[in-house]
Design a protein around this ligand. Sequence first.
Ligand code: CP
Ligand code: NVA
Length: 315
Amino acid sequence: MKHFLKETDFQAHELGEVFALARTYKQQRGRELSAVLKAQTWAMIFSKSSTRTRVSFEVGIHELGGNPLFLNKNDIQLGRGESIEDSAKVLSRFVHGLIVRTYDHADVQRLAAAGTVPVINALTDFLHPCQIYTDAFTAAERWAGPNGDLVASLKGRKIAYLGDTAFNMANSWILGASLFGMKISLAGPKGFEPGPEIQAALKAEGRAVDYHFTHDPYEAVAGADLVYTDVWTSMGQEEESKKRIALMSPYAVTAKLFAAAKPDALFMHCLPAHPGEEVEQAVLDNPRSVIFDEAENRLHMQKAIMTVLAKSARK
Ligand code: CP
Ligand code: NVA
């Protein structure tokens, strides 16, 4: 049985199936409901706020014929100290899959280890793999064209990642780039170098540590096909907000910085954005900004991921 806790939980040879399914689901949208999750319930345990992830999963499970069950962590006994292991065992008796948004990445690993149903990481402090798969798909739609090879179109492309280079989105892009055969340059302040956890993850996968880190945002965007940023203050870091704004402001994606990437470079942001902080409104509004396609594609990509996991659970 498969889980999707990190980008590399699908091997390179499986990506073609996942991406092709996402494309098919996007083309079919609104015309037919699938029966892939018929008579199934998938529980969504969330400890953090969410708009895109929650709605895209709830709609996606419904469109696959299943029933989404949203559980705020504080409304269930997990929030009152019932162990992760017991929660996983109990929920596995009722539901067919668990979708989890939380702080500590080890918690989703423990749920997956103790439960008997597929677990999907819907964001931890360490990784946000559903977002990265969606973003790669969103770029590939443009680079491959309507009938081209989506996964192949990513190979050799360069991502520039600006701002908070030591948290979930940056980590996920590093792992994702290693899987998709992309190059990645990250530019962020001193003290925000990608940390030992992501280096250990790369090492565990037997992957070369193939990212480039710099303090110079212009060096990072030179030759980039894709310019990416995320909020400087992530969920759980609110108390550090002032300090982070001061440290990260040289890495804001301004129209001038975006213009220093390739002339056809795409701009992406996982959203929610803070215009005027990590990105200028003019960049969000640029015709090469694909932020709302990224948001929509969460639905199609997550339906593809659930389809493959549900199939593996039936074996
Ligand atoms: N990008 C993303 O995961 O958005 P939400 O926090 O709204 O789910
Ligand atoms: N880095 C952000 C991503 C939100 C989708 C956070 O963790 O809050």
